[in-house]
Design a protein around this ligand. Sequence first.
Ligand code: MN
Length: 138
Amino acid sequence: MPVSAKPRPKGISFRPGVRVLVAEDHPGNASVLSSMLQSRGMEMHLVTNGLAAVQQCPLMLPDIILMDVQMPEMDGLEATRRLKADPRTASIPVICLTAYAMSGDRERCLEAGADAYLSKPLNFRELFELMASMLKSG
Ligand code: MN
């Protein structure tokens, strides 16, 4: 196999091909996430509402899930609850992402069963460190 011409991004690295299910309804946020995850060699599968996340997760069985909280159809909290109640998906780490730094959000995410919580705008270093620790322990 030829050496990749693309320089590897500095910092936290991941094994190649980590599969990430991203539930995010905002196209701009999804686009930024997509390029950031790809820069670390990850494969992102995007859904734009919580219901689609609940439906697709058992089929794709991703390594990790990034779950926006505010979404149409079904919000990220309810989707997280359902994924954590399903034995097929319960062990997959979920990181909830919310635009709102309201007090109580963290508690609501963790109560829904999320493994961690980050507020937007995302600090990608923080996100990658969190993902790396979860993929290692998971
Ligand atoms: Mn949203």
